[in-house]
Ligand binder design. Structure first.
Ligand code: 1CP
Length: 363
């Protein structure tokens, strides 16, 4: 298959020049969209939605039908992978995800095995293929997985929370923690490579909870495994480079180290200034982010102002930045505010490039 007609997102990740700054949003499909709520109601539950490739495709395309976003993301969840490892995922109403069989016993940890993604996660591969077909070469499709550490937090805790169980394990039984992380790293590598084979054009690793660790523990229990995965990913498919993004929530203190893990781009939360981040990582990686999702709850004027300030903070450059939020879209976001954001990013970044060219021309 050929490159998408709009490959701005892929070029920005690979630090090739673009005419404007591309934008997509974490959780761009989700509960802030009434049409998503209708699709989920039709599926019967969130998990049944995740297991229906045609409904996943529908949900993934919904934000693109409304807004001129520069990328689509596969509709799924990071927790389908531990579900395929036998932990028994379920979602209780308004309580978030839970596992029937959290990983607490040494025997269960020793028995943990890497699932065949083409078998236990066939429904995700089918969703990838169907979504890619339906995009019909318009914009690129992003595949994703949780990081080994973030997945382990949920697997040992048995759901969301403050993850005391896994944090205790890394100090009490580092051997067991490493056993889980090492199986997870192999599982994630195979899972992402299967998504690449099925048609995704970029991959993203969500390390949503790595930021809760000490610096030393982060290096040993999160970053080392991210590095292994990135080294094991297929770099190309059909002659096209497949860029990788690592989203490091709470990783602002360790940007240089994360940027050196081999990924093409670093996803930033909103606590760090994007210009400062750029100065710290230099030309090594592209940056993705990092508007505070709360800005989308504010007035259109505030959205435009904050968007321009962020693009100004990134500084003059015609590549290397993918605009995104610092975390997912809040379900309280008025959908039309997303439209204001996308237009502001496209419009203002084009104008900045025009100014740069004029300045360079005069020099
Ligand atoms: O009620 C609903 O409809 C479910 C809400 C929902 C949605 C829309 C969940 C439950 N997951 C998703 C989809 C999802 N999750 C996507 C694809 C959609 C898109 O981006 O457009 C992605 C990429 C994720 C990733 C995900 N799931 C992460 C990593 C990113 C992050 O938010 O930090 C995490 C940690 C999860 C776990 C999860 N799934 C769902 C919830 C409510 C949670 C968080 C649980 C917690 O509180 O810890």
């Amino acid at each position: 298959m050929n490159r998408p007609a709009n490959d701005t997102f892929l070029r920005a990740l690979l630090r090739q020049p673009t005419e404007y700054t591309p934008i997509w949003l974490m959780r761009q499909a989700g509960r802030y969209l009434p049409e998503y709520c209708a699709t989920r109601a039709r599926a019967g539950s969130f998990l049944r939605l995740c297991k229906s490739p045609s409904l996943c495709c529908e949900a993934a395309l919904q934000p693109l039908a409304r807004f001129p976003l520069d990328a689509a993301i596969v509709f799924s969840d990071i927790l389908t992978l531990p579900d395929a490892m036998g932990l028994g995922l379920f979602f209780s109403e308004n309580e978030g995800p839970r596992f029937e069989r959290p990983l607490r016993e040494e025997g269960a940890i020793r028995a943990l095995a890497v699932p065949d993604p083409h078998d236990r996660l066939r429904y995700v591969m089918d969703a990838v293929a169907e979504t890619r077909r339906s995009l019909a070469g318009s914009v690129p499709l992003i595949g994703f997985s949780g990081s080994p550490f973030t997945l382990a937090c949920y697997m040992v805790e048995g759901g969301g929370g403050e993850f005391w169980h896994f944090k205790k394990m890394i100090y009490d039984r580092p051997d067991l923690a490493h056993r889980i992380l090492s199986v997870n790293a192999q599982a994630v590598t195979r899972y992402l490579n299967a998504q690449i084979e099925s048609g995704v054009e970029a991959v993203m690793l969500f390390d949503s909870w790595g930021g809760c660790l000490t610096e030393a523990a982060y290096r040993e229990f999160s970053l080392a495994y991210l590095q292994r995965i990135v080294a094991g990913l297929a770099r190309e498919k059909d002659g096209q480079r497949i860029p990788s993004i690592v989203f490091a929530r709470g990783g602002g203190l360790w940007l240089e180290r994360i940027a050196a893990c081999g990924c093409d781009a670093l996803g930033l939360d909103w606590t760090i200034d994007v210009g400062a981040a750029r100065r710290r990582v230099g030309e090594r990686v592209a940056l993705q982010g990092n508007l505070d999702p709360a800005v989308l709850l504010a007035s259109p004027e505030a959205i435009v102002r904050e968007t321009r300030a962020l693009l100004d903070a990134f500084g003059p450059a015609d590549t290397g930045h993918v605009f995104n939020l610092g975390h997912g879209v809040s379900r309280l976001t008025p959908p039309e505010h997303v439209g204001v954001l996308v237009e502001a990013v496209h419009d203002y970044s084009r104008r900045l490039r025009g100014k740069n060219r004029a300045r360079c021309g005069k020099a």
